[in-house]
Write a protein that binds this ligand. Structure first.
Ligand code: C2E
Ligand code: MG
Ligand code: MG
Length: 548
């Protein structure tokens, strides 16, 4: 309070002084004009010896007047400087409050008011405003692999590229770590201009960025929302609604493969709401035990024997019923819960599998994200020790898409799994782009041919050449092969002719929960405490029992 008083006093003091200085200056000018005008020539003539000296008092008064004028002029200059300095300080403060120091873009706080302002201007000229939400696709990876300094450089470079594309009236704000918002006015009949702009951003960003003698590549996903959309006028804050909608559309672009743009559509909002419900459902469902393992039979195609099971996760959601892993695994990956979820499923599966015939194996799928965890092999070992399940009966399935990730990290995890006696197979083979070099250099134990190729075998116009080629590749690399997705006896027969394979598919039954699996094994006398008997194909009749 005291400080504020002091400042106020200081300000008042200087204002008072300024008023006095102004008064003195005006008075001196009036005096100078009044007396100096007639007296100055006399004084000058007297100094030159051309006339008599004017009245001394008047001369002194004029000289004093001149001194006052000089004083007033100096004060004026000082004031001018002070005002300029204050303006600079205010400008700096505004900049700090409104501008992102790293990229020079507007910041989160100033972005929305700037969009509102742009909209006001656009409305006057009967134009619409388009808002673009731009999010980097791999920023976390750039930061993790190259450090935050490199991350900062990438952000600065990308913002520069986008700014270069912006028309004069457009604006750009950085509203999050790697999120930018652009806004620009456009004629409602020229929607294609907006698409062009989005496409240009995507292209410009994708060019390699060179910094610190390194080259980094990045892509962006873009969402677009405009004031031309329905219901937009009713929203409380137009800018915030536009940003929110563009964000939803951007999220859609991410979900649909990234490095692309999407226009906002109203049903996207419902999808997002559903997705949020699923996210919170997963968070609640893990500790509540809603995620359960199902088991799909794996058969030796030559002998027809049941040789093991693949564990396939299911979510028994109280709200939506049984949900497929294809729905919840990607979400669990996005919200960083995949390791927790996977551990809880594997723990249950190992407990279930302990009751099975010791000749049966258990395969489990793992997410590429788990391969980034340097402790993954240790965690798995811990689960094995905890359950007492032998490592050599466990098989880990890694999808082919994992091989695009850091191949060195994949190799070291695969090697440490193998050192523990765990087998590793390459799942969905044929759907990714693994090179022969990768196949040879990674110590896999098995290839699993993706079901899309297997289904081709007997489809009309389809052909079995690809599957045959994959089987021979497996032979060449000395890797046993499993064919997935066997749905019909015709496919089974075709596969049998190709050599010694394992297989799985709905022909043998749908995946079943732990109880149904135990019952199936009891019928086949293949439970751990049963007397070991040769296993036979379990194709009928229990295979028709509905899972769950
Ligand atoms: P996947 O590992 O390739 O598993 C095979 C999928 O094909 C399973 O789908 C299975 O039900 C289905 N399938 C099996 N036989 C047939 C058939 O004859 N015809 C057809 N049309 N489909 C068949 P599901 O259970 O929906 O699992 C889908 C994918 O989800 C799995 O593909 C696997 O990649 C992933 N997944 C499942 N459980 C887990 C898990 O615990 N962790 C992780 N990370 N991923 C999992
Ligand atoms: Mg699998
Ligand atoms: Mg598969």
């Amino acid at each position: 309070m005291k400080v504020r008083d002091k400042t106020a006093k200081r300000r008042f003091g200087s204002a008072e002084r300024d008023m006095i200085a102004l008064g003195i200056a005006i008075a001196s000018v009036i005096l100078f004009v009044g007396t100096g005008g007639s007296l100055m020539p006399k004084i000058v003539r007297s100094w030159m010896g051309l006339g008599g000296a004017p009245d001394l008092a008047l001369t002194n008064a004029v000289l004093l007047n001149i001194a006052l004028l000089i004083f007033g002029w100096r004060r004026y200059n000082e004031l001018h400087r002070e005002v300029a300095e204050r303006r600079r300080a205010e400008e700096k403060a505004r900049e700090l409050a409104e501008i992102d120091p790293l990229t020079g873009c507007l910041n989160r706080r100033s972005g929305s008011p700037a969009i509102e302002h742009l909209h006001e201007k656009a409305t006057k000229s009967h134009r619409e405003v388009a808002v673009f939400m731009i999010d980097l696709d791999n920023f976390k990876q750039i930061n993790d692999l190259n450090g935050h300094q490199m991350g900062d450089r990438v952000l600065a470079a990308i913002s520069r590229r986008i700014r270069d594309l912006l028309p004069a009236e457009g604006l750009i704000a950085r509203i999050g770590g790697d999120e930018f918002v652009c806004a620009l006015p456009y004629e409602s009949t020229r929607r294609e201009r907006i698409e062009d702009f989005a496409a240009q951003i995507i292209k410009a960003v994708s060019a390699p960025i060179e910094a610190n003698k390194m080259i980094v590549e990045s892509t962006v996903s873009v969402g677009i929302a405009t004031t031309a959309e329905a219901n937009i006028a009713q929203s409380a804050s137009l800018a915030d609604t536009l940003i929110h909608r563009a964000d939803i559309a951007m999220y859609h672009a991410k979900k649909n493969g990234r490095n692309r743009f999407f226009w906002f559509e109203t049903q996207m909002e419902d999808e997002l709401r559903f997705r949020n419900e699923l996210e919170s459902g997963i968070r609640r469902g893990i500790p509540a035990g809603e995620f359960v393992p199902f088991y799909e039979q794996q058969i030796d195609l030559e002998t027809g024997e049941l040789v093991g099971f693949e564990m396939l996760a299911r979510w028994n959601s109280p709200r939506y019923g049984l949900i497929s892993p294809e729905v919840f695994i990607p979400i669990a990956e996005d919200i960083d819960l995949i390791s927790e979820l996977s551990e809880c499923l594997i723990r249950q599966a190992l407990r279930d599998a302990r009751e099975w015939d010791p000749r049966l194996t258990l395969s489990v799928n793992i997410s590429p994200l788990q391969l980034r965890d340097p402790w993954f092999a240790q965690k798995l070992l811990h689960l094995l020790l905890e359950s007492g399940f032998p490592a050599n009966r466990l098989e880990i399935e890694i999808t082919e898409s994992c091989l695009h990730e850091n191949i060195g990290a994949v190799r070291s995890i695969v090697s440490s799994l193998k050192n523990q006696g765990i087998r590793v197979s390459l799942d969905d083979f044929g759907t990714g782009y693994s090179s022969l070099y990768q196949l040879r250099s990674l110590p896999f134990d098995r290839l699993k041919i993706d079901r899309s190729f297997v289904a081709e075998i007997t489809r009309e116009g389809g052909d079995s050449g690809l599957v045959e080629a994959m089987v021979s590749l497996g032979k060449g690399l000395a890797l046993p092969v499993t064919a997935e997705g066997i749905e019909s006896p015709e496919v089974l027969n075709a596969l049998k002719g190709m050599g010694k394979l394992k297989g799985q598919g709905y022909l043998y039954g749908q995946p079943e929960n732990a109880d149904a699996t135990r019952m199936r094994l009891a019928e086949l006398k293949m439970l751990a405490n049963e007397e070991a008997k040769p296993a036979t194909s379990s194709k009928k009749p229990t295979s028709q029992r509905k899972a769950g």
